[in-house]
Design a protein around this ligand. Sequence first.
Ligand code: UDP
Ligand code: LCN
Length: 816
Amino acid sequence: MAPKLTRIPSMRERVEDTLSVHRNELVSLLSKYVAQGKCLLQPHHLIDGLESVIGEDKGKQILSDGPFSEVLRSAQEAIVVPPFVAIAVRPRPGVWEYVRVNVSELNVEQLTVSEYLHFKEELVDGKADDHYVLELDFEPFNESVPRPTRSSSIGNGVQFLNRHLSSSMFRNKDCLEPLLDFLRVHKHKGVVMMLNDRIQTIQRLQSALSKAEDYLIKLPADTPYSEFEFVIQGMGFERGWGDTAERVLEMMHLLLDILQAPDPSTLETFLGRLPMVFNVVILSVHGYFGQAHVLGLPDTGGQIVYILDQVRSLEHEMLQRIKKQGLDVTPRILIVSRLIPDAKGTTCNQRMEKVSGTEHASILRVPFRSEKGILRKWISRFDVWPYLENFTEDAAGEIIGELQGRPDLIIGNYSDGNIVASLLSHKMGVTQCNIAHALEKTKYPDSDIYWKRFEDKYHFSCQFSADLMAMNHADFIITSTYQEIAGTKNTVGQYESHKAFTFPGLYRVVHGIDVFDPKFNIVSPGADMAIYFPFSEKEHRLTSLHSFIEQLLFKPEQNEEHIGVLDDTSKPIIFSMARLDRVKNITGLVECYGKNAKLRELANLVVVAGYNDVKKSNDREEIAEIEKMHRLIQEYNLRGQFRWIASQTNRVRNGELYRYICDKGGIFAQPAFYEAFGLTVVEAMTCGLPTFATCHGGPAEIIEDGVSGFHIDPYHADQAAEKMTEFFVKCREDPNYWTKISAGGLLRIKERYTWQKYSERLMTLAGVYGFWKYVSKLERRETRRYLEMFYILKFRDLANSVPLATDEEPSTTDAV
Ligand code: UDP
Ligand code: LCN
């Protein structure tokens, strides 16, 4: 007999059911929440409340078997405005529901997102009856965009899109027409590629392909394109199919297969090979963007490392593809950043700078201009908003001048780069890709509802509005991990947090971004293999740097580069390296090491972070961390076991430093409270250094706990220290254990985190989404017009309300 299908109860029904079964307990629990008065409760408050009111055992029972269990377990927040308690429930990543209980009357209602947000606003504004609050809703525009429904499909956008495109081409042959048009209009700088005017219809294309196939199959495979160019031109084909008879045939077979019976992988390979990207613009606006001496400066970290490595690898991939497609085009990559006249000894005051290790990539810098003239000094990334419109206009002119035309792909980085990328791509009609590195919204709890409190320092009303616009404008978005998009079972993803929120008094977002949108793709970066390679590659090791490294680690002298000494230099080293921000929690690592006598006996601790002198920093947060570090050294009497080295900007030397730590049987520790991705984790693992990294954020995905490294929880620092201790004990007992974890890390990197894989993927995505943009241009126009209106009516005023900086006062940062 077929199993009986039962309907899944709604959230409202689950709460109602529980009310009828556990009426007493639930009333007492909800009354306890309500007794707190108007407030916003976090998940841990909800669970704590349950246990305290009902008693641990009964509470656990309700949690484990009642229908209410799922509601409470997946609650992300609750809003209490007596006599109501409204709960935002997230049964799985990307899916949200809202219920509200009237505790006096014991009735339960399901709320729409708009009703929930309206209710939430009462926390700030009291009861408001304004029915004309501006609501942003992108859902109607996306109705025609296909999207997956399973949370596990999030971040595989391109696969999904290819499946959708190929199945609609298969079902309806008319859907092949856009492909023909796309190939016919394909040009670079006025030069026609792929098809010429001889081919006007699908039938004609099919017969021309068959004819070309008959002809090419008879030629030796390696016959260069120039030898048969004129023949196939006469059949209707232009350059771009390949550089030899064999490659042209391969590409033509792909197209013949698509015309006959399209399937997702053939479509992806074909679109990915189409020569579409020759000129790329990469935006990283706030600066300092340079190749040397910038990593110790505020707001400059992984984003710069990422882009420089990305550019080198991308250029290599582009050159290879251009050659293989039989074209003679020189690619260009422009990194567009801010020109900072007072550049503090960096090159950030130069207009143009060639990227080392590339032939065709440069940094193009454009100053921030306002009615006060050109801004000379650096300003924090939180204060850049009033400058971006002029910056876009000026940059557009410079880009077109440099490239002698429009770019083919624009890649934004971080909120400021992504909004500029949106404005440029809107203006030029170019495919846009966004990369966030980190979104700020989840880092600052309740920064939407209480936005006014954050406004002076952070201007989040601008930043989150810019993020929303850029996310909706982008053709595709690349993230380093899944959690960046949709979080985990229990935590909300960075993008997901833009799905629905409210800025009371400003506007309400009911459908901001949908993490199921096929524009999301996980494409993880790697580490530059020329710098970060395994310690075991003896022939490549930079042994000439060892004496410098040994001085850095062991020289007794105490100065501004290093303080602290290591008495027993034969012990393994626990190594960490990061900016000295609070969120990186380097001081947390020092503290947990200080507290664990056994760990101190087994290993030394070395950190590379910031400065050891407060006078050298103008960053409030960094200053607090420097002071804390000095306190900890005293409090735990770390002399003899701890070394604090100031930030090191020589990456080649840093690479050898990771390997030197390997030689000593050491480990890398990354203890951040939250890490969006974590390049140092990838760098350490690429060198073969066993890595213990935070379980909050990207590293939780990079490392498989116990196999390719270990997860540590900075909020349970004692356990983290214990885990490291166990590791060193185990290594003493079994010398192969260290090698096993090191090899596990290397394998993980090889499989997932390399720049080569990244660039291949990025180029393929540019092809598929470029085609998708072409196919869906009508629907996209509607979104664009909506965004335009929002930009002009709302965003500009917000941006212009941020005070312009003056060159007199010193700039300070306050970042998390
Ligand atoms: N870095 C460095 N010297 C330092 C600190 C960091 O060269 O003193 C480099 C580090 O090797 C990595 C990047 O800066 O390449 C930091 O990137 P990550 O993703 O770990 O963190 P972010 O700073 O972007 O938050
Ligand atoms: C910014 C961060 O905070 C890091 O976690 C990333 O690794 C870095 O950017 C590069 O994407």
